[in-house]
Design a protein around this ligand. Structure first.
Ligand code: MG
Length: 252
């Protein structure tokens, strides 16, 4: 766990830039969601997102990050995160996680949503709804004076009360001038542990939730994370600033 002092505190000027970055990123996600439909490949979705990102005059943060080939991580069904855009064709009943980052005026913003293609099963709809609500439960704990693990605990508690599993191998993170800053934010753990949260911290909170069991594995492409049991997974993420009056979702 990162030491308290290693978590950067953003100035009001930095928060203003990160708020603008978040608004632009949210518009990118809305645009990308519109291109999610049965019959399109994940590569086509990535290409359209890249055009839109460049039209906003911002930089796609994931493209080239440690060699990642796309602008968007597109993870279908049993894919948890870090899916490489490619030839996979979306079909009715799939769920797709769309994870995007941008750089604006030197600051990063990071966001993910999971969307159903056409008509999805009740189980998958519930998986997406519970994952989205678990993110909100975590965000509600992102308050000055709370401990970092209050976020982790709230997410785990909500997910497990709904009989789904939390992914443990991947975590949320601080964000700012770098995509991944301290602290790491697990989506599980006991409450009241870790650093005390302070006004001006900015966190990317991102629960990944499995319909089946928790364990994941990395595919032969060395990026795509899938569930070990092959069952579907959902992922939601917001970039959140801790303000004096509570959490502020920057990627709105
Ligand atoms: Mg992230």
């Amino acid at each position: 766990m990162a030491a308290d002092s290693s978590i950067s505190i953003k100035t009001p000027e930095e928060l203003k830039i990160m708020r603008e970055a978040g608004m632009i990123l949210a518009s990118v996600v809305v645009e990308a969601k519109c291109s999610l439909k049965s019959g399109v490949t994940t590569r086509e979705i990535d290409q359209r997102a890249e055009e839109f990102i460049k039209a906003q005059k911002v930089i796609p943060a994931f493209k080239g990050y440690r060699g990642f080939p796309g602008c968007v991580c597109l993870s279908v069904n049993e894919e948890v995160v870090h899916g490489i855009p490619g030839d996979r064709i979306l079909k009715d009943g799939d769920i797709v996680s769309l994870d995007v980052g941008i750089i604006y005026k030197g600051y990063y913003s990071d966001m993910a949503v999971t969307v159903g293609i056409g008509t999805v099963s009740k189980d998958l709809q519930r998986l997406m709804d519970v994952t989205a609500e678990s993110l909100q439960q975590g965000i509600d704990q992102a308050r000055a004076g709370n401990h970092l693990s209050d976020i982790s605990h709230a997410i785990q508690k909500y997910v497990e009360a709904n009989q789904f599993s939390i992914v443990r191998e991947f975590v949320g993170h601080g964000i700012g001038k770098h995509l991944h800053e301290d602290p790491e934010i697990p989506n599980f753990g006991p409450p009241h542990k870790g650093p005390v949260l302070k006004e001006g911290m900015v966190l990317a909170i991102e629960p990944m939730v499995n319909l089946g069991k928790s364990p994941t594995q990395i595919s032969d492409d060395s990026w795509t994370v899938t569930t070990e049991d092959g069952k579907p997974s959902a992922h939601f993420e917001h970039t959140v600033a801790i303000r004096s009056d509570g959490p502020e979702i920057l990627t709105k």
